[in-house]
Design a protein around this ligand. Structure first.
Ligand code: PAN
Ligand code: ZN
Length: 187
């Protein structure tokens, strides 16, 4: 008979004001310089990098086995701002096992989950505090902050999903999200 490995249950605390996971095992920091090639205006991004390379986003995670059956979860905290009008965003990725989905719960801020398929379908799902976005299997996804405070989300996905950033670096997303004169434009 197959023996199941029993993993120790645990709980974690969120700081809902700061939008962070307390005592994360992994804390990933992405600055503007991590985002080369992702914004339409490469020169504006370079200027931002030379002006001090500000923090772009952070990911806080608890460590769980990257194995079938486990769920990876954590907090993504994306700063507000634009690169010549294009709203700050995460790099975006497909999952390395593309048939794995993901759930995002927005805790604070305002933004969109931009999603695309390899066939070029593209969707932008609005996010604000209290709203859940379901990213189905096969959809690449990137968070975009259109507000004036950090966009903080709780994410949960199969722990063995893995990340494929390379295809998005090559393809980009069919749509970009801008903030112009206080108005959101998805083009
Ligand atoms: C999230 C993302 C997180 C950062 O945990 O990894 O928001 O975005 P990038 O990974 O695109 O830089 C997730 O979707 N995990 O699968
Ligand atoms: Zn993901």
């Amino acid at each position: 008979m197959e023996k199941h490995s029993i993993y120790e249950p645990f709980g974690v605390d969120l700081d809902l004001v700061q939008g962070i996971l307390r005592e994360p095992d992994n804390h990933l920091i992405r600055k503007a310089s991590s985002m080369k090639g992702h914004y339409a205006d490469a020169k504006a991004l370079d200027d931002l990098i030379h002006q001090g390379d500000p923090l772009h986003y952070e990911v806080f995670e608890k460590e769980v086995p990257q194995a079938y059956g486990h769920l990876m979860f954590g907090i993504s905290k994306l700063q507000p701002g634009t690169v010549n009008g294009e709203c700050f965003m995460t790099k975006g990725h497909y999952h390395a096992i593309p048939e794995t989905a993901e759930v995002y719960l927005c805790l604070c801020g305002k933004g969109y989950m931009l999603m695309k398929t390899t066939e070029g379908e593209c969707r932008a799902e609005y996010m604000e505090r209290g709203r859940i976005v379901y990213v189905p299997p096969y959809w690449a996804h990137r968070s975009v902050n259109v507000g004036s405070e950090p966009l903080t989300t709780l994410f949960i996905y199969p722990a063995d999903a893995g990340h494929n950033y390379g295809d998005i670096e090559q393809e980009g997303f069919p749509k970009r999200i801008y903030l112009r004169h206080g108005k959101v434009e998805i083009v």
